[in-house]
Design a binder for this molecule. Structure first.
Ligand code: ADP
Ligand code: ASP
Ligand code: MG
Length: 442
């Protein structure tokens, strides 16, 4: 069994939906995970924000815009009159349902319910499009099998039992379509796997079905060696290991949700990244195998807060670090980077929910400084710290103000903490220093 996931752009236009149909219709049984059509989840988040702020009129206007966009798409894609009537009615019901929520009190559940509608609409439209084209497609409602537990981890046993049960109800289907991103929580309420979570849905399903391969189809020809949104001349990487891709995804490479490889890594199920618009391009294959050495790729993660904790007598004060870490542990706040000196420890976090309380507790025994708007730039590659290219990286230090460096925490990762305002320039300079071998001429 193959599991194929198509992202927002891949289902975001008529042409791309036709591309998807051509890619998946080859007579082999498979599971296809779809995101919401591009722009929809952002629009739903905006609607939810308007409701939170009591901006009812703005929320209704945004629903109207969605309604017009969907009407145009459905009109062009679903030409069979009966199916057209059926699909239009479904989408109209969803949008009317949203309109009925605009005066509701805001809650997390309201947010989760609103943002779930994008995947519900895209899968309904696409399944009926396949049926219209004479393809034996079956819609598997993710809310009937996808569930996370109290610790927000996938509830694999529940998922496996229920997914197998509903697939067995129609074991002749060629293509099983399901929603990415959405799930239920331990209480049975609508929840999700966080923004970009459709990738994670695909690997969770791949793992429970023991798939041969999980394919993530998107709008670019694989995992690039730097962030193509900010850097020119980036190149697709043909092979990555699970560790390398997990590290890059965690540190901001948007092409993969940070958790994507977790479910499949232990089962050694390969993940292949492919371009829906260029299906013949090789893409990137992610496996347990390690290929090559040296710096393979660079990614950056924003929204980082740095905390410097100074004590007059750190090294002599036995148990100082333990006291520091216990506070972060109690507030369930994970630390990404850490450096120490004789009298201070600097660390970074990305979840600032409990920042004030943490700073308050640390201040009882240390001097604390907090810096916001920081980014971590992460360089990843097998045995990176031993490779002869790596010293080139340090030339960057003469041009960019680096606040912290983590070198050697693992053999595969070097991280730099910089101001977010320096991020784009740093990524561009690193591209030239590391991959193009040129010093920066400025
Ligand atoms: P989808 O909607 O298909 O899930 P995403 O927008 O989530 O697509 O991810 C694909 C995008 O990720 C690319 O268009 C690209 O702009 C961005 N991206 C960021 N870093 C990388 C990288 N290292 N390699 C490839 N794409 C990247
Ligand atoms: N539609 C969701 C989002 O935009 C999930 C996804 O695309 O993976 O975040
Ligand atoms: Mg994505």
């Amino acid at each position: 069994m193959l599991v194929l996931k198509f992202g927002g752009t891949s289902v975001g236009s008529i042409n791309n939906m036709i591309n998807v149909k051509n890619i998946i219709h080859d007579g082999q049984q498979k599971v296809v995970v779809l995101s919401a059509m591009s722009g929809t989840t952002n629009a739903l988040v905006t609607i939810s924000d308007y409701i939170k702020n009591g901006q009812t009129k703005e929320a209704l206007n945004t629903i109207d815009v969605l309604s017009n966009t969907y009407a145009t798409t459905i009109k062009t894609l679903i030409t069979s009159p009966d199916l057209h009537q059926n699909v239009s009615q479904y989408v109209q019901n969803v949008l009317n349902g949203l309109a009925n929520l605009v005066n509701t009190n805001y809650s997390n559940l309201l947010y989760n319910t609103i943002v779930a509608q994008g995947e519900l609409m895209s899968t309904y439209i696409f399944t009926h499009f396949l049926k219209q084209e004479g393809i034996n497609a079956k819609l598997l409602p993710a809310l009937d099998f996808m569930r996370i537990d109290k610790t927000f981890e996938p509830d694999n046993y529940y998922i496996q039992q229920n997914l197998n049960r509903i697939m067995a109800e129609d074991n002749q289907a060629e293509i099983y379509i399901t929603q990415g991103f959405i799930c239920r929580d331990a209480e049975g309420d609508i929840a999700n796997l966080q923004r970009g979570g459709s990738d994670y849905t695909a690997t969770i399903i791949g793992a429970v079905l023991k798939a041969e391969e999980v394919q993530i189809w998107t709008d670019i020809d694989g995992f690039h060696n730097n962030d193509p949104r900010f850097v020119e001349h980036t190149k697709a990487i043909s092979n990555l290991s699970f560790d390398e891709s997990a590290e890059l995804a965690y540190f901001g490479a948007k092409i993969l949700h940070p958790q994507t490889v977790m479910p499949v890594r232990a089962l050694d199920i390969p993940v292949r990244l492919k371009n829906t618009m260029l299906p013949k391009a090789d893409g990137t294959l992610i496996t347990n195998q390690v290929h090559g050495e040296g710096i393979k790729a660079i990614a950056a993660k924003d929204g980082i807060t740095a905390i410097k904790i100074k004590s007059g007598r750190m090294l002599q004060a036995h148990g100082f670090l333990k006291k520091v870490f216990e506070i972060f542990e109690r507030y369930e706040t994970s630390i990404d980077m850490i450096t120490t000196s004789e009298i201070a420890v600097s660390l970074t976090i990305d979840d600032t929910t409990h920042l004030n309380a943490i700073v308050e507790e640390l201040s009882r025994f240390a001097h604390v400084e907090v810096d916001n708007y920081m980014s971590i730039v992460c360089l990843v590659g097998n045995a990176i710290i031993f490779h002869s290219d790596t010293p080139n990286l340090f030339q960057i230090l003469q041009d960019v103000s680096v606040r912290m460096i983590s070198y050697g925490g693992s053999n595969n990762n070097i991280s730099l903490l910089i101001n977010t305002s320096d991020k784009v320039e740093t990524l561009q300079k690193l591209q030239r220093y590391v991959f193009e071998g040129n010093p920066v001429l400025v």
